[in-house]
Design a protein around this ligand. Structure first.
Ligand SMILES: Nc1nc2c(ncn2[C@@H]2O[C@H](COP(=O)(O)OP(=O)(O)OP(=O)(O)O)[C@@H](O)[C@H]2O)c(=O)[nH]1
Length: 865
């Protein structure tokens, strides 16, 4: 028997998985989520439901046949061309053969008599589905002319699409006249005048268009229901002339409301009197004013055009856009031109939480010292290199030789300064960059000559590349016997860093931090690259810089290390940094000296802020009042932003974000247990790109998901996909703080399916994983029945009902259930952090000392809609 996945069915019928699941649920068929499989029967139910909704899909010949059948006495629910309520459907359902075609099945059915059942439930069901099944509704509309009015009472509602309502019900007088000529039937308002029409002989416009073949009195049921498109026209109000004929419900949700209702019943209303509530054609301006990017919806409103027209026009101009997507000013101008509309540019709106940037005259720029960050794999010698440089180039020049640690320092080389950020690692590229700060001009990549390119080396390269910062390679530990710089160069070339002596453009300098060799070469190269990069700034303006570090000092209050990047910071300047503000009370340089001013590329400790700013915050010298008021507004904005949900990309709301135009690139960090899986995943993921979104892999690597992966994901708004690997404890904490979506998979195609489903809005996650605790296996005992892992709960807890995964060196080696959880000899329900326990696993014996057991449970996720 064939099996079908829910998301496949959704794709086939051009709808969402949720709709498919809902339809099946109404037929007592259970499907948990988009990945659930269903059998042939379920497929038939879906086929049938959609066949009803998309009657137009039938070949022309069949349509004709259906049309002729419709004049007969027993029209089918199927051929009515629209969704029916399940209740009505069940009540009128006749057995059918599984292989039978939907329309044949429909024809086997008795006519639908139970309007009550239809009215009460069917309308609601349809309304719910109508939102998600625009296409089905459109098809149903198209199928209209083939389904005469006698067949079903729901035609008026279902086939009178809301979109047509203005034309039939609210049209301008001119349109109304047209309508009359078309169908030969009066407007609904006229229907209320028995003298003129006899009340029940007309259909509202949209129905008339379709039903004009039917004889008088044919609309005993369908045409008179004042629902959907007819509702507003009021013409079919049960209290009016139709009531005796239609068998309609006299009250309830289908009653026309408001102004029109009264109008409709007033005798003497006719088409010549415009309906005051009628939807006026929006004015079509010749000039519109725009201050910047604008959403398609706003633009359509300003231009007095339908959103759909605008989207179509954009398509012809080669831009695919959704209703809430922003188009830039240039595109808007071109688009408006297509409608002969002139765009007047308004000055861009000012953000009260932003400090206006000062544009520097190029002539005012002078060379400034370059700012350098050291990166590389663990133990390759970053700290040693920084220390060696500092000792040889700082202390030697300092009286007393004391260097204050302030997170950054300056060194001298050939009389020129170079600033080193004193945070070996990725700080400058990760948490700081995640806040939008770009402080580094050059990255020094340290690679141990005896170890070569390692995973963190690749990571560092990706960080620097993604920040578009030039890389200089320091091949360290050249004093080691196993040093092999050529091998390092070869490996780096494979990563896209081709050494200069091989014809590439990456400078590589052999050094030894221990023997302090090659250091001056390295510094010279830094100056060379800085010169090529034209690292410049204007010192004669208000200061602008970035917070490198900040802390609350007991004696001195908030202390922030600032790297001044533009202008000159002076004692007494009013400053703002993130949500903090104040006046510069004192400044201390990297040598521990008090200074009165700090020019571009000078790191200084600043005292005087009212609170501790965050690393990565921009510091600006501004007017005192502005500093205070902007900082206060930022605090308020931050609070409200914190209340809103994180806008970080996540598979769960990816589709929504794509629809809103918030995401055009889906950035992914891929981590896996082996290189082969990475390649397979990368290839498959990248090929998922579609018109709206492009998939790009910002980083990939073998091994556990670590904090640096999370910070890179945060900086590049990426989600992380782990294949057979898990985040370590630090990564998990960072992911929580940074709101990074980490997805772990053990089957590649599930990862691909999830991403694809999320991109197309078909992801319907029902459960989410909640980590309960982490347990370390300390001793393994063999017992006759199997093995028991003598373990210690490191954090959280483990319960006897927990699901568990065994992690060895960051790699998931097993996932499954517990067989028993014991303390001493007793079975227990739960063991908390800090306690020992004995764990045995179901169907798994290969547990080893040092393994980490992750206990988790699956929690039901509330459906958002
Ligand atoms: N022989 C030799 N050993 C070095 C050299 N540079 C660093 N080391 C040694 O390599 C080890 C790691 O050096 P670190 O400077 O701590 O390396 P790191 O990259 O800063 O390490 P993390 O901070 O842990 O990432 C230490 O034992 C150093 O003594 C070198 O040039 N030659």
């Amino acid at each position: 028997m064939s099996k079908y996945r829910i998301y496949e069915l959704a794709k086939e019928f051009d709808t969402t998985s949720k709709v498919i699941i809902d339809i099946l649920a109404r037929h007592n068929m259970v499907a948990k989520n988009h990945m659930s499989s269903v059998d042939e029967d379920a497929k038939i139910v879906i086929d049938r439901t959609f066949a009803r909704k998309t009657g137009a899909a039938e070949p022309a010949g069949e349509k004709k046949e259906t049309s002729s059948v419709s004049h007969g006495p027993a029209p089918s629910a199927q051929s009515a061309g629209g969704p029916v309520s399940d209740r009505a459907e069940r009540q009128n359902h006749r057995p059918w053969q599984p292989g039978q075609r939907p329309e044949q099945r429909g024809q086997n059915r008795p006519p639908v008599h139970n309007q009550q059942g239809y009215n009460q439930q069917g309308a609601m069901n349809r309304q719910a589905e109508a939102h998600t099944q625009v296409k089905g509704a459109q098809d149903a509309r198209r199928s209209g002319p083939n389904f005469p009015h006698q067949q079903r009472p729901n035609q008026g509602q279902q086939q009178g699409p809301f979109r047509q309502q203005p034309r039939g019900g609210f049209g301008t007088p001119g349109q109304q006249n047209q309508n009359r000529a078309f169908g030969g039937a009066p407007r609904p308002e006229q229907a209320q005048q028995p003298a003129k029409t006899g009340g029940n002989q007309f259909q509202p416009q949209q129905n008339r268009d379709r039903f004009h073949q039917a004889g008088p009195g044919g609309n005993t049921a369908g045409g008179n229901r004042p629902a959907g498109g007819n509702r507003s026209s009021g013409g079919n109000r049960p209290a009016g002339g139709n009531r005796p004929f239609g068998g309609n419900r006299p009250t309830g949700g289908n009653r026309p409301s408001g102004h029109n209702r009264h109008q409709a019943n007033k005798p003497g209303m006719n088409t010549a009197v415009p309906n005051p509530a009628a939807k006026q054609e929006p004015p079509k301006p010749k000039i519109i004013k725009l201050g910047g990017p604008v959403t398609v919806k706003e633009l359509a409103g300003k231009m007095g055009r339908e959103v759909s027209d605008i989207i179509k026009k954009l398509m012809t101009l080669g831009t695919m856009a959704t209703i809430n997507q922003e188009v830039d000013l240039d595109t808007a101008v071109i688009l408006a031109g297509e409608y002969d509309i002139t765009v007047e540019e308004l000055p861009p709106e000012e953000d009260p939480t932003e400090i206006a940037e000062i544009e520097d005259d190029p002539a005012s720029l002078v060379l400034r010292p370059p700012v350098v960050t050291v990166m590389g794999h663990v133990d390759h010698g970053k700290t040693s290199l920084l220390d060696a440089i500092r000792q040889t180039n700082v202390t030697a020049h300092e009286a007393g030789g004391i260097t204050q640690h302030i997170g950054a320092y300056q060194v001298l080389c050939q009389g020129k300064k170079i600033v080193f950020l004193d945070t070996p690692g990725h700080e400058a590229f990760t948490s700081m960059r995640a806040r939008g700060a770009q402080v580094t001009d050059i990255a020094i990549l340290v690679v141990a000559a005896d170890d070569g390119v390692m995973p963190q080396t690749v990571e560092a390269i990706n960080h620097a590349k993604s920040a578009k910062v030039p890389i200089i390679v320091a091949i360290n530990k050249m004093d080691r016997p196993g040093a092999n710089p050529d091998r390092v160069k070869q490996q780096l070339a494979e990563q896209g860093l081709v050494p200069e002596d091989w014809g590439g453009d990456t400078i590589m300098v052999p050094v030894s931090a221990h023997q302090k060799t090659g250091l001056s070469d390295l510094l010279e190269m830094i100056l060379l690259v800085a010169e090529m990069q034209e690292v410049k700034a204007n010192p004669n303006r208000l200061a602008y810089g970035t917070i490198i570090e900040a802390e609350l000092d007991k004696g001195r209050g908030p202390v922030a290390t600032v790297l001044v990047q533009k202008g000159t910071l002076r004692i007494g300047d009013s400053i703002i940094a993130g949500t903090t503000y104040g006046k510069v009370r004192a400044m201390i340089n990297d040598r521990g000296d008090k200074v009165k001013k700090a020019e571009p590329s000078t790191p200084v400790e600043v005292l005087g802020l009212n609170d501790v700013p965050m690393a990565g915050d921009v510091l600006a010298a501004v007017d005192e009042k502005i500093a205070r008021s902007v900082a206060e507004k930022r605090v308020a904005k931050k609070r409200s932003e914190e209340m809103k949900e994180s806008q970080k990309v996540s598979l769960d709301d990816l589709f929504k974000q794509i629809q809103e135009g918030a995401i055009k690139d889906l950035n992914i960090v891929v981590k896996a247990d082996v290189q082969g899986s990475i390649e397979a995943l990368k290839q498959a993921l990248v090929s998922l790109r579609n018109k709206e979104v492009r998939v790009s892999i910002v980083h990939s690597g073998v091994g556990a998901i670590n904090e640096s992966d999370v910070m890179l994901a945060s900086a590049s708004n990426a989600l992380i996909i782990g294949f057979n690997v898990r985040p370590d404890a630090n990564a998990r904490k960072a992911a929580e703080t940074e709101k990074i979506d980490i997805r772990s998979y053990r089957v590649i195609y599930e990862a691909i399916n999830d991403v694809e489903a999320a991109m197309t809005g078909m992801l319907a996650p029902e459960y989410k994983e909640v980590i309960l605790g982490r347990i370390e296996v300390r001793k393994v005992f063999s017992i006759p029945k199997g093995v028991v892992a003598g373990s210690y709960v490191l954090e959280g807890k483990i319960t006897s009902a927990s699901l568990v995964r065994i992690i060895r060196n960051g790699i998931v080696v097993h996932e499954g259930k517990l067989e028993s959880l014991r303390r001493f000899k007793d079975d227990v329900k739960e063991v908390a952090a800090g306690y020992e326990c004995g764990i045995s696993m179901e169907k798994f014996r290969d547990i080893k000392e040092g393994d980490v057991i992750e206990a988790y449970m699956m929690e039901l996720v509330k459906q958002s809609s």
